[in-house]
Design a binder for this molecule. Structure first.
Ligand code: PSU
Ligand code: MN
Length: 303
């Protein structure tokens, strides 16, 4: 194990004894939701994973250490500090670690650290992708490259239409990343169950998810698998409400000249304001739903 990695005693013990473990990211805490809902949600997600038979490993960078398994105090710290924590992608790791700084891990860096620790299953809300207008901005999330190269199964609720969903799927196809729909043939669009785009395969059980992941590993194919799990019907948002908010948020980001790593956090916060908090309630529910599926899949993979 490399000297930069630091496992919590619980996560270390679980990995040594072959118990199921689920990785969780920390950018969703610091940049994805406001305080204190971010901290409450992170702790509820951990509890949901335990309730479904797995050990949660919230991943973050603290004092220059790659942590797999944060304490509730560390989660509170990251949540309270919010956007003042550096949003750490792959390119940020060398300097942050060398300087002993803190960082919130995105899907990219959570995958990297999970793989270093030997954790195979990761639950989150949404991934980054190809942004609308990427043909001129070239704004394509590093999350897609990470899915192409790092052996972790990422369970999300699909991609929201702050992204160009069609181009995101094309990119994943080029990179050889399987995009699976849990109980659906249609790519879910995060706040809503429908996008009009098709996934590669519909999968109906955690066992089948685990089997696909195992096959990919055993063949020695590089990279991960993306599982898209639709938000439960009762928490999904009306498509017109959310799409109007997304369009308005994107327009505002252009007006303010928001660019680069600030784009996604800006849009998420704006959408939450424009929907009067309804999108936050949906966001919390879909993360809990993904945590349940991830824990069950980790249990199946450990068998
Ligand atoms: N999408 C969400 N919530 C999030 C993110 C994306 O619905 O919190 C975060 C994740 O950490 C993801 C990152 O990895 O934003 C992508 O950022 P970028 O688009 O800058 O790559
Ligand atoms: Mn970007």
């Amino acid at each position: 194990m490399n000297k930069y990695l630091s496992l919590s005693p619980e996560v270390e013990q679980a990995l040594q004894t072959g118990k199921p473990v689920v990785a969780l990211e920390s950018t969703i805490i610091s940049h994805g939701m406001p305080y204190p809902q971010n901290v409450e949600t992170a702790l509820r997600v951990e509890q949901t994973i335990r309730d479904n038979g797995a050990v949660p490993a919230t991943i973050a960078i603290i004092g220059g250490k790659l942590k797999a398994g944060c304490t509730p105090e560390e989660i509170e710290y990251l949540g309270k500090k919010g956007q003042a924590v550096i949003k750490a992608s792959r390119r940020d790791l060398p300097v942050l670690i060398a300087r002993g700084e803190d960082g919130a891990t995105t899907v990219t860096t959570t995958m990297i650290i999970a793989a270093m620790a030997g954790i195979r299953i990761f639950a989150t809300g949404g991934i980054g992708g190809v942004h609308r207008g990427a043909e001129t901005t070239m704004d394509i999330s590093a999350d897609l490259e990470e899915l192409a190269q790092t052996p972790v199964m990422v369970i999300c609720a699909g991609a929201k239409s702050i992204l160009d969903l069609g181009l995101t799927l094309e990119y994943l196809e080029t990179k050889g990343v399987p995009v699976l729909g849990y109980g659906t043939e249609e790519l879910p669009a995060f706040y809503t169950r429908h996008s009009g785009f098709k996934v590669d395969y519909r999968i109906d059980s955690p066992e089948e998810l685990a089997a696909a992941f195992r096959a990919k590993m055993e063949m020695g194919l590089h990279g991960g698998i993306l599982v898209t799990n639709p938000i439960p019907e009762e928490y999904s948002m009306p498509a017109d409400v959310i799409n109007k908010a997304i369009d308005a948020a994107i327009e505002e980001s252009h007006k303010l000249g928001i660019k680069g790593k600030q784009t996604t956090p800006f849009l998420l916060a704006k959408i939450k304001d424009l929907t009067g908090g309804d999108s936050l309630a949906s966001n919390i529910q879909l993360v809990l739903n993904n945590a349940r599926l991830a824990a069950k899949t980790a249990v199946a993979l450990a068998q």
